[in-house]
Design a protein around this ligand. Structure first.
Ligand SMILES: [Zn+2]
Length: 199
């Protein structure tokens, strides 16, 4: 890209002019659909910024309270994208990272206190987990202690390749976000150990 065009495009107003011109010339028939996607992406972006701002306040939750509002899909998407950003699509427990060219990932943005209980799409109530460890976390077969180390339930009976055994995860430090204020909240981890973990 040549420099004058680059300088033009880094300004949001000018970028919008180009965007509209391209839509008019090449995508006139699907203008509505494109604009709806752009609007949704803008809302998701705004929610992502809000989630970062929330993390500057003390973490709190109220189990069992009525939901303030129904699950907001925009906020849910923002939560998922922020978790993936801070954990780089990597499982916090086993460090597996598998992504596809079309943007699929082996990891989920898991809630530590389930959303249906806490109504909390707070980054500090989230953790990136691969499908296997998401299942084990929700089943209470693994948890995380106060020093961010993995706890493994004693009720597991396992066989298979040694390197994939749950027992080898015991006391392993989990992957944490670079920014300390986004670490999983201790309050959320305590809830998980007391209400989900099966020692
Ligand atoms: Zn994993």
């Amino acid at each position: 890209m040549d420099e004058p065009l680059f300088n033009f495009l880094i300004q949001s107003h000018e970028r919008e002019i180009i965007r509209q011109a391209i839509i008019d010339k090449y995508f006139r028939d699907c203008r509505q659909a494109i604009e709806s996607v752009i609007r949704e992406e803008q809302q998701i972006g705004e929610h992502r910024q809000l989630l970062i701002q929330f993390a500057e306040h003390p973490f709190s939750y109220q189990v069992g309270s009525e939901p303030v509002e129904e699950r907001n899909p925009i906020r849910g998407t923002a939560f998922g994208r922020e978790i993936m950003r801070w954990y780089n699509y990597t499982c916090a427990v086993c460090r597996l990272r598998v992504v596809t060219e079309d943007g699929k990932s082996i990891t989920d943005a898991a809630h530590i206190i389930p959303f249906r209980i806490s109504y909390k799409d707070d980054i500090r109530n989230g953790i990136s987990l691969c499908k296997l460890h998401h299942w084990a976390f929700d089943e209470g077969l693994i948890s995380v202690n106060e020093r961010y180390k993995v706890r493994v339930s004693k009720i597991i009976s396992e066989e298979g390749p040694e390197e994939q055994m749950f027992r080898n995860l015991r006391n392993r430090k989990i992957l944490l976000p670079q920014d300390r204020i986004l670490y999983p909240a201790q309050e959320a981890l305590v809830w998980h150990r007391e209400n989900r973990f099966r020692e």
